[in-house]
Design a protein around this ligand. Structure first.
Ligand SMILES: C[S@@+](CC[C@H](N)C(=O)[O-])C[C@H]1O[C@@H](n2cnc3c(N)ncnc32)[C@H](O)[C@@H]1O
Length: 284
């Protein structure tokens, strides 16, 4: 069996063909947006100097670069991802940063056979897409030294994330709502239920699971005009999926409505909306 036939082949295709190139084109917008949440999860790893860290679903690599700075030249960071285009951007950004302690690998976190034991495993929104989360986290625990720390950030329910919900509600004035995904199906909100996350980590053999409720206002598109932020939001996440086969006319109508809906949140230099995520930590 080749990796492309593996349990996450659907996600591999999704993150290579449709969404990966889009994330690359929106990389600096998304990194600015998600940076405070990634930092909150990174801080929960404690002192990292000299340590080895695995960044799961590292995407375009900005979190791997930050981790590489924190471990320093005596440490090591490995960023892994399924998405070739996103890893290409990660390698470009890393070479600009000149960090020898950082490397990347295109592979599936659920099935990859890791050869070395890491001190820590980290992820910013990269662990909610596994076909079999218990198998994936069991595999990741196997990549850690006993006592090593796992820290990741994942979304709470879409209803608790204004920055997803406000644009989506505006779009739903013009298009029928999507079929709700099966509970826990791989996707951005697969870990919305904290009890489920705890069960997955217990099932994978982690101990001391801590799940913190993290609420934070996000500044979308700092310095960009409202029209540009609106277009970026329409191309992102659930809204993008809803508009996949829509006509140019419908996309234009939805874009106008989304623009009006987010206008009241445009304060100073950014669209400021609330977010809710879980900061999850556990011990291998
Ligand atoms: C929402 S993006 C987050 C990317 C990056 N961590 C960030 O915060 O910018 C999710 C990432 O997880 C990756 N991913 C999904 N399933 C994966 C798997 N089984 N193994 C490795 N990476 C995976 C995707 O390719 C994608 O880059």
């Amino acid at each position: 069996m080749t990796e492309s036939d593996g349990p996450n082949s659907e996600q591999r295709q999704y993150w290579n063909e449709q969404t990966g190139p889009k994330w690359v084109s929106m990389q600096s917008f998304l990194d600015d947006l998600l940076d405070p949440l990634g930092r909150a999860a990174t801080d929960r790893l404690g002192e990292l100097a000299g340590k080895s860290v695995l960044d799961v679903g590292c995407g375009c690599g900005s979190t791997s670069i930050e981790l590489a700075r924190r471990v320093g030249e005596n440490g090591a960071v490995l960023g892994i991802d399924l998405s070739r285009p996103m890893l290409e951007r990660a390698r470009e950004l890393a070479s600009d940063a000149g960090l020898d302690q950082l490397s990347f690998l295109e592979t599936d976190a659920q099935t990859h056979r890791f050869e070395t034991k890491m001190d820590a495993v980290f992820s910013r929104f990269g662990v909610m897409f596994f076909a079999d989360p218990v198998a994936a986290f069991t595999n990741l625990r196997g990549a850690m030294r006993p006592g090593g720390t796992l820290s990741f950030v994942c979304w709470q329910a879409i209803q608790d994330n204004e920055w997803f919900m406000a644009p989506l509600a505006a779009a739903l004035e013009h298009i029928p709502p999507p079929e709700p995904p099966a509970p826990g199906a791989p996707g951005p909100f697969a870990f919305a239920d904290a009890e489920r996350v705890e069960g997955i980590l217990d099932g994978a053999g982690f101990s001391g699971v801590e799940i913190a409720d993290h609420r934070q206002e996000l500044g979308l598109g700092k310095g960009l005009p409202l029209e540009e932020v609106t277009e970026l939001l329409v191309r992102l996440g659930p809204l993008n999926r809803l508009l996949q086969d829509a006509s140019a006319e419908l996309i234009e109508t939805v874009t106008c409505s989304v623009g009006e809906a987010i206008r009241p949140y445009h304060v100073d230099d950014a669209v400021r909306m609330s977010s809710a995520s879980w900061l999850v930590r556990a011990v291998a």
